[in-house]
Ligand binder design. Structure first.
Ligand SMILES: [Zn+2]
Length: 190
């Protein structure tokens, strides 16, 4: 697998959902939000800046260089591209400023939005590699978002996603598009 596949997938998904790529470390807005999240004890600024990619205002703030396979595996980069596109889709469910407010101030909504997006990550990882992500370990990620209370629900939701990997009943438009792109890509090698 080459970085070319990652870049083409990003071009397709971010193109479709109208997302622009920005380097997170260079953004004053991201630095400010990191400081704010630390202030309200959601997570440390360093964790926010270095460990997570953030999608906001039509931009994907990346904490690594897309296509650089030394920083992150190709499959995890592609799962992340789909994850961030899913957040962008969530924005379209209502006025986009509303999504951001809910995300920042309602723990319940933030948990739901992250669960959906991590559900997308699970589906895309499986479609790319056949690997099934451990739902218990994956659910623990919510702790970094100040969502310890929702870890159990997340685990249950991921188990449900895993049980349904072979059908598309619970797929969002992002899941459908990403899975189709991967299928077409694989067919082109056959
Ligand atoms: Zn997310």
């Amino acid at each position: 697998m080459t970085s070319d596949v990652v870049l083409r997938f990003a071009e397709y998904m971010f193109g479709k959902w109208d997302l622009e790529i920005v380097k997170k470390e260079n953004s004053w807005l991201m630095n400010f939000i990191g400081w704010f999240l630390q202030l309200i004890r959601v997570m440390k600024k360093k964790t926010f800046m270095e460990r997570y990619t953030t999608t906001m205002f039509g931009k994907v703030y990346l904490n690594f260089e897309l296509g650089n396979l030394e920083q992150r595996s190709w499959a995890s980069q592609m799962a992340l591209i789909a994850h961030e596109s899913e957040h962008r889709r969530q924005c379209t469910l209502g006025p986009s400023w509303w999504w951001r407010l809910e995300y920042l101030f309602s723990k319940k909504k933030r948990a739901l939005y992250e669960m959906w997006a991590y559900g997308t990550s699970i589906k895309i990882t499986y479609n790319l590699t056949g690997y099934i992500i451990d739902s218990y370990n994956y659910a623990q990620k919510l702790e970094d978002y100040g969502l310890i209370k929702y870890v159990k629900s997340a685990e249950k939701y991921y188990e449900h996603v895993i049980a349904n990997l072979h059908n598309d009943t619970y797929d969002s438009q992002v899941d459908i598009d990403a899975k189709q792109w991967i299928k077409d890509e694989m067919l082109s090698y056959a």
